[in-house]
Design a protein around this ligand. Structure first.
Ligand code: HEC
Ligand code: HEC
Length: 347
């Protein structure tokens, strides 16, 4: 094992070093590497207007193993609910915990809202815990320089992320990168192979059972128990383990299920070996030096990353390293790769 790690490091360093230094300034490409079918499932675009959330009637919500309580408005407020302060370093940097309002300057939504205080994030945005600091900062620069865009123009939260990066100072970016980078990436996704999956709709990029509308989140069944199903086809459907915890409380300890086609994990494993993903992403795909781990991250995030890079809408300073990897991959193969990566233990 030691030998393999040594070898991977030896191979990876010259590759990373030479390509990174060979690039100067902008990677002016913007061209799709190959025309592949868009994996709509990964973008979770809603079919209609977003239904309103039930009005906040002042109910104080609580969760196990914490004495904190929050109203629905506080949970999603300027300083979003921090249910478990013991789970992360304290204090949180101000920009992570509170963001910045228009009265104070350029608006920044608190990172903790979308990425959670522990950086675990959600399938519709991204996980940021345990990312190498230099990778994190590079991504923020790519957002700022309009080099990291979604290939799906209706993916509004990706645009919000770009604006957030543009409105941040270098010091704030460094503080957020150090804060999230210091946290372990914890297991977050349970990958389940299946031929059929619950009939779903999307809300804010998350798949939910059709019979579980927004005003029923406290009482409806979770996807695993719903009986109204359809063939999964070539899709991955990501949904909360517990709808109430994920969608009402935004509980940063409540993980996700990724339903994937039968056989996807095995096929993905073979493709990952052929594509030598571990040479750069490290043994077990847990990350290597400045390169991000992809083990155990949500499948739809990973798919959007691959597809956006393949289409050239994500063309950051380091994205060229992924180009040869992506050049020959079909949408179906990318689906298998991300099902496999999501199934790996990140620790
Ligand atoms: C409104 C929700 C939202 C907020 C608030 C938010 N982000 Fe994001 N963030 C996103 C989305 C969506 C993505 C994924 C974009 C994409 O698809 O490329 C993302 C991606 C990222 C990534 C890239 C992760 C990777 O693996 O490449 C970093 C880093 C990041 N955000 C940092 C931050 C920081 C720092 C803050 C707080 C100042 C913040 N975000 C606030 C939605 C948000
Ligand atoms: C030659 C090195 C190299 C190889 C081999 C490689 N990658 Fe990457 N990968 C990178 C780099 C560098 C980045 C960061 C790209 C950027 O910053 O835009 C990356 C980013 C990614 C991301 C996005 C991560 C994030 O947090 O957004 C995914 C997903 C990914 N790679 C998957 C794979 C898979 C799957 C394979 C194998 C089929 C693979 N990579 C092989 C270098 C590599």
């Amino acid at each position: 094992m030691q030998k393999i790690i040594g070898l991977a490091v030896l191979i990876a360093i010259p590759v990373v070093g030479s390509v990174l230094s060979a690039q100067s300034g902008q990677s002016a490409n913007g061209q799709a590497l190959v025309q592949t079918e868009r994996p709509d499932w990964a973008y979770g675009i809603p079919s209609g207007p977003r239904p309103p959330r039930p009005a906040d009637n002042g109910t104080l919500f609580s969760l196990p193993d914490t004495d904190r309580t929050f109203t629905a408005t506080q949970i999603r407020g300027r300083s979003p609910a921090d249910w478990y302060p013991g789970d992360h370093p304290t204090p949180m940097p101000d920009i992570v915990a509170n963001g910045r309002t228009a009265e104070e300057g350029a608006v920044v939504r608190a990172c903790a809202l979308c990425h959670y205080p522990n950086g675990q994030g959600r399938p519709e945005n991204a996980s940021v815990a345990g990312l190498p600091v230099s990778y994190f900062i590079q991504q923020m620069d790519d957002f700022r320089n309009d080099l990291r865009n979604s290939s799906e123009p209706r993916k509004n939260n990706a645009r919000t992320m770009t604006q957030i990066a543009k409105n941040m100072t270098d010091e704030e970016i460094a503080a957020a990168a150090e804060y999230f980078g210091a946290q372990p990436w914890r297991p977050w996704v349970r990958v389940v192979e299946t031929d059929t999956v619950f009939k779903s709709y999307t809300l804010g990029g998350i798949y939910l059972p059709v019979d579980c509308e927004i005003d029923k989140f406290t009482e409806c069944e979770d996807s695993a128990t719903t009986s109204d199903t359809e063939p999964i086809g070539l899709r991955i459907i990501e949904t909360p383990e517990n709808i109430e915890h994920a969608e009402i409380h935004r509980n940063p300890r409540s993980g996700w299920i990724a339903y994937v086609p039968v056989g996807a994990i095995e096929k993905g494993k073979a493709l990952a070996e052929a594509g030598q993903c571990s040479v750069c992403h490290g043994p077990g795909l847990k990350g290597l030096g400045p390169l991000p781990g992809i083990a155990g991250r949500t499948a739809s995030y990973l798919m959007r990353a691959l597809y956006d890079m393949q289409q050239g809408t994500r063309e950051g300073l380091w994205s060229d390293l992924m180009k040869p990897v992506l050049a020959d991959l079909s949408t179906e193969e990318m689906l298998y790769l991300v099902a496999y990566a999501a199934s790996l233990d990140p620790q």
